[in-house]
Design a protein around this ligand. Structure first.
Ligand code: ADE
Length: 245
């Protein structure tokens, strides 16, 4: 069975959106994964088909109702009981490559997309839903976050990335940011491709890349460095192997 994604949303027309193009779109057309976007409002029960109500305790905006969301979730899980159940919310745990790999290695996901001021918290007590955030900023809804999560998963599915390159050197796969890349022309506006990369010496190239991955991670993402517990045995770039700028 192909990897299966069900998105529960008030805006099913937002899908597949960008995932209908390029790598993910070709994989979708080829049947490497499937996507179903289901309308949450179909599970509303009152005559106004309402999915939200005012926040208990007062405050701005509206809150998505637990009963309507639970009906949408239960329906999805009845159809596909083995899928991981996620909800996109800025209150969730940060999405990381390790979790993406775990999801891509499983049968697929049901992704609930929040809107408005959030979802009634009782939903998370009553159903085994994992809340997931794509970063420390607030989007106007969970749909764009769901597209991010699905894109990250789909590119890891067997055969999707195509080339022999399996992404092992990529940012986060090693716990570091990826080393910087260069291509022709050799001289662009007086900036040269680093000497080590043109040496043809594979050991030297690998050492240069590892050193730059460590250096850039240290500068840009000290939090990642911390998580690795530092880099034992790391040797700073030797003179002459340093950046040319
Ligand atoms: N919905 C709104 N903001 C979000 C975020 N940062 N991550 C996941 N879902 C969201």
């Amino acid at each position: 069975m192909a990897w299966c994604a069900t998105v529960l949303t008030l805006y099913p027309e937002m899908f597949p959106g960008p995932l209908g193009h390029s790598l993910a779109g070709r994989a979708l057309a080829a049947g490497a994964w499937s996507l179903r976007a289901a309308q949450i409002r179909d599970h509303a029960t009152d005559r106004h088909r309402s999915v939200d109500d005012t926040p208990a305790g007062g405050g701005a905006g509206m809150v998505m109702r637990a009963d309507v969301l639970a009906a949408a979730v239960d329906n999805a899980l009845r159809r596909e009981p083995e899928l991981a159940l996620l909800a996109m919310t800025p209150r969730g745990e940060p999405l990381r490559q390790e979790f993406v790999r775990e999801l891509a290695g499983g049968p697929g996901v049901v992704v609930l997309c929040g809107r408005f001021e959030g979802m009634d918290e009782r939903l998370f007590e009553a159903r085994p839903i994992r809340p997931v955030s794509v970063g420390d900023y607030v989007l106007s809804g969970g749909e764009v976050a769901a597209l991010v999560l699905l894109d990250a998963c789909v590119r890891l599915l067997p055969g999707v990335m195509g080339a022999a390159h399996s992404g092992v050197d990529e940012s986060f796969e090693t716990g570091l940011l990826e080393y910087p890349q260069y291509t022709r022309p050799y001289d662009w506006e007086g900036r040269l491709i680093p000497e080590a990369l043109r040496s043809g010496d594979h050991a030297r190239i690998a050492a240069w890349r590892q050193a730059r991955a460590v250096e850039d991670t240290r500068l840009r993402r000290p939090d990642l460095m911390e998580r690795r517990g530092g880099v034992p045995g790391h040797r700073p770039l030797a003179r002459g192997d340093d950046r040319d700028d």
